[in-house]
Design a protein. Structure first.
Ligand code: PLP
Ligand code: TYF
Length: 398
């Protein structure tokens, strides 16, 4: 039965971890995968998470099946974070939320549900985007195309091209939008540009699918929700996949959610019933632990404050690494101007490094970056940044 199975290509990002693990050089640095490390190079276990876990362990709750859509306390916490506590949409019963297996799981159940609703629709993702967007929607049976996004010349968004493209899409087209901290470019839209995107979606009858995997990593929980809030106040129906992998440092617990905004209670009930069917036939119901911890933190004023402070600490540390890298590259005599790195938002920088330069970083220095030139700033720390700056300056020297 397996004789004709071909070798599948490795994930271009997760695949880097294998090469990195096998590298025996002590000075090696993994700038590939989008994971936040602390200044000691460790994935942090947040104090708020630890406290919530301690309380749970002591309470020793039973491990029955969860509701198919996950617990109400978790889903309410997700909605409050996305739209702001007490938002009209929530009060009016217009938000259907289901816990999901990370942001990826949320995208997947959203994609499967959309396939039932509109099987012939095309999905549009940004050029470039997180590679899994394309694969995930293709595997759900959709044709996937790009809309223009990044402009290498300005190292920002070519918004005129993006907007013109959206205004040319057919009604019912599904548009995947990075709500903040664009992966991989770090280039985000301004609030007024988001307003234009909302209007383009309204005018063309598009199906917006917002993906927010880094809420809190640009400017903070509230400001990073600007796109979600603008869509939320627009009266449109849309999808949001959200993730706590990064913001709670709970990568392996697989905690995320899909939220669907409907036109009212009756539509919500029907949508939820179908979404539950999608979930039931995929994995029945979500695991308990991660969601219970996130809900406990978000629903306790004390733990929530602790979490927000820790999240701010992660955000600030990444910012420091950005400006420090720019300074050190200049001090190393880099022939290129890298000041754009401080304008990019979130975990990533699209450095403009070529494939050959990325290869040289790996071969000559044991520094691993994505072949597109994307690096994860959250993997830099006060001990490896000098080495990385020296290496980047060397491989980019004309
Ligand atoms: N969407 C984007 C844009 C991402 O960068 C990621 C990163 O992991 C995800 C979704 C998936 O998040 P998760 O790890 O929670 O599945
Ligand atoms: O872009 C990243 O690095 C993160 C982590 O298939 C990731 O989003 C990368 C690839 C993948 C799943 C997660």
């Amino acid at each position: 039965i397996f004789a004709k199975v071909e070798m599948a290509p490795r994930d271009p990002i997760l695949g880097l971890n294998e090469g990195f693990a096998a590298d025996t050089r002590a000075e090696k640095v993994n700038l590939g995968v989008g994971v936040y490390y602390d200044d000691n190079g460790k994935i942090p276990l947040l104090a708020a998470v630890r406290q919530a876990e301690k309380a749970r362990l002591e309470a020793a709750p039973a491990r029955g099946y969860q509701p198919i859509e996950g617990p109400a306390a978790y889903n309410a916490a997700v909605q409050n974070l996305l739209f702001g506590a007490g938002h009209d949409l929530i009060a009016a019963g217009k938000v259907v939320t289901a816990e999901a297996l990370g942001g990826t799981g949320a995208l997947k159940i959203g994609a499967d549900f959309l396939k039932q609703l509109n099987p012939d629709a095309t999905v549009y993702i940004s050029d470039p985007s997180w590679e899994n967007h394309r694969a995930l929607f293709q595997n759900a049976g959709f044709k996937v195309e790009n809309y223009p996004y990044y402009d290498a010349a300005t190292r920002g968004v070519d918004f005129a091209a993006m907007k013109a493209s959206l205004l040319g899409l057919p009604a019912g087209a599904i548009v995947v939008l990075h709500a903040c901290c664009h992966n991989p470019t770090g280039a985000d839209l301004s609030e007024s540009q988001w307003g234009d995107v909302v209007e383009a979606c309204r005018e063309r009858g598009l199906v917006p699918f917002l993906d927010i995997a880094y809420q809190g990593f640009a400017d903070g929980i509230e400001p990073d929700a600007v796109a979600v809030r603008l869509f939320g106040n627009s009266g449109l129906q849309f999808f949001v996949s959200s993730s706590f992998s990064k913001s709670f440092s709970l990568y392996g617990e697989r905690v995320g959610a899909l939220s669907i905004i409907t036109d009212g209670k009756d539509e919500s009930a029907r949508v939820l019933s179908q979404l539950k069917r999608v979930i039931r036939t995929n994995y029945s119901n979500p695991p308990i632990h991660g969601g219970a911890i996130v809900a406990a933190v978000l629903n306790s004023p004390e733990l929530r404050k602790m979490w927000e402070d820790e999240l701010a600490g992660m955000r600030d540390r990444i910012r420091e690494m950005r400006s420090s890298l720019v300074d050190k590259l200049a001090a190393e005599g880099a022939t290129q101007d890298f000041s754009f790195v401080t304008a990019q938002r979130g975990m990533f920088s699209y450095t403009g490094l070529t494939v050959a330069q990325v290869d040289a970083l790996r071969d000559d220095y044991g520094i691993y970056a994505v072949s597109t030139g994307r690096i994860c700033l959250a993997a830099l720390n006060t001990r490896n940044i000098d080495y990385v700056a020296k290496a980047i300056a060397a491989v980019t020297r004309a």
